[in-house]
Design a protein around this ligand. Structure first.
Ligand code: PGA
Length: 240
């Protein structure tokens, strides 16, 4: 099981250091990933290291150049980042991320040896119009079309209507959508790609979600912001 936390635009350096000094990692053996704000990546070498990966929430595809406000793969690697989220729905929704730009970012990050958590998900309107599978397939095929080596690729299924709303998808929805995503990924890469679920994961639903077939882990936003809650999510989600 993979437990990935997305801090989004939360926590200063001081708060990140407090978070990790309060995090009790005793008895926690799962694969854990923290997507930090860029401003805290320089703290990585001061943070706990066993089985824990740290990364960014986005990364640019160009090596360098006139891209004001963007950050390159080399810049985050220099600070010790192991991975980046790519194409989170908030990037798609608020910052103009397209399937095409996401494809370039994923390719640049994977080519450099970083791991990538590539996010896909339908919005409420698409879901109501019964277009979920069509949208997911398009996001996967266009967004991952340049990828030759899928070894470091993880996909996160995050229905947009479930993010930060307290309303997660049902077990049946998650199971069938993950099966669909795994099928598309298998036809592209001829191997099993881990698929995480994200969208209002919390203490109440973690155990059920982690026991759903084809769920290889979770991507957690709001509930990851407290070290005690994140610990509890990892411990209950690791129980089979
Ligand atoms: P949430 O966010 O857990 O707060 O719904 C998940 C995400 O956006 O990655």
């Amino acid at each position: 099981m993979i437990f990935a936390a997305n801090f989004k635009m939360n926590k200063t350096q001081k708060e990140i250091l407090e978070y990790f000094s309060n995090f009790n990692f005793d008895g926690v053996n799962s694969n854990i990933m923290f997507a930090l704000p860029y401003t805290s990546l320089s703290l990585i070498n001061k943070l706990p290291q066993n089985n824990i990966l740290y990364g960014s929430q986005n990364v640019h595809f160009a090596k360098k150049g006139a891209f004001t406000g963007e950050i390159s793969v080399e810049m985050i690697k220099e600070l010790g980042a192991d991975f980046s989220l790519i194409a989170h729905s908030e990037r798609r929704q608020f910052f103009g991320e397209t399937d095409e730009s996401a494809a370039l970012r994923a390719q640049a990050a994977l080519d450099s040896g970083l791991k990538v958590i590539f996010c896909v998900g339908e919005n409420h309107r698409q879901r109501r119009a019964n277009r979920t599978k069509f949208v997911l397939k398009r996001q996967l095929i266009k967004g991952l079309k340049n990828i030759n080596n899928s070894q470091n690729l993880i996909v996160a299924y995050e229905p947009v209507w479930a993010i930060g709303t307290g309303k997660s998808a049902t077990a049946t929805e998650i199971q069938s959508t993950h099966a669909f995503i795994k099928g598309v990924l298998f036809s592209m890469f001829k191997t099993d790609i881990p698929v995480l679920y994200g969208g209002s994961v919390n203490i109440k639903n973690i155990n059920d979600i982690c026991n759903i077939k084809n769920v290889d882990g979770v991507l957690v936003g709001g509930a990851s912001l407290s070290p005690d809650t994140m610990r509890e999510l990892i411990i209950s989600g690791s129980k089979k």
